[in-house]
Design a protein around this ligand. Structure first.
Ligand code: NI
Length: 226
């Protein structure tokens, strides 16, 4: 199950990011790929050692922390810091691959990748191709979102970015360790949360919404690993 988070970044943040990205340096994306992914990966990644990367990182994390939808959809416990990648006809694609399951952060902490998040920084009108395809069991989801919107999907899915044939596609991506590791349990909590919100919006706060909120927290308390 994937989720779209519309307008995670507002126009001002997108503009700030665009200016920072314009003056940044890039390197081959192959440097951070695992043994099987390196065979199919041909894109560029923003060098992390430069000052602009730190600012980009802060803008993105601030937007995530301010987004209630992001927190309720991911139940995020830890985040592996964002990477910025770029596809163009010279470095067009990333073939079907699985991401590594556990990542080591620069602060020495390990992050288990439960969910992947891609934040689209280019508008679909700026490039051709460059579709994110997620293979989920027998289904194939093909996704291109407007600039500033994000896609959250299970990190254990086979996925790929098809060749960009024209223009430039820039995106940020990162991994999330959720408090709730099992997708099935997390998905139940998300459904329950969304139904409680809908009930609140139509009926206001009632004994029943209070009771269901209690159930939500009992389940989260049972399932959360922190
Ligand atoms: Ni990947």
């Amino acid at each position: 199950m994937y989720q779209v988070l519309p307008q995670l970044l507002d126009k001002q943040s997108l503009k700030q990011l665009d200016l920072l990205i314009q003056k940044s340096s890039w390197e081959s994306g192959r440097g951070s790929a695992g043994d099987q992914a390196i065979l199919v990966k041909n894109n560029l990644q923003l060098q992390k050692s430069q000052a602009s990367f730190q600012l980009i990182h802060e803008i993105l994390l601030e937007a995530l922390q301010a987004s209630e939808a992001f927190l309720s959809l991911t139940l995020a416990h830890k985040i592996y810091p964002p990477t910025i990648n770029r596809y163009s006809p010279e470095h067009p694609e990333y073939g079907a691959h699985y991401d590594n399951s556990v990542r080591l952060r620069s602060d020495g902490q390990r992050v288990r990748a439960d969910l992947s998040c891609t934040v689209f920084l280019s508008d679909p009108s700026e490039y051709e191709g460059g579709e994110l395809i997620i293979h989920e069991q027998s289904a194939r989801h093909t996704i291109r979102l407007e600039a500033g919107s994000a896609l959250i999907y299970p990190a254990d899915c086979l996925h790929q970015v098809t060749a960009v044939t024209k223009g430039v596609r820039t995106a940020a991506f990162f991994w999330i360790q959720s408090m709730v590791r099992q997708h099935s349990q997390r998905n139940l909590l998300i459904q329950l949360d969304q139904n409680i919100q809908d009930l609140r919006n139509t009926l206001g706060n009632t004994q029943q919404t209070l009771g269901l909120t209690g159930v939500y927290h009992q389940l989260l308390r049972q399932w959360a690993e922190i």
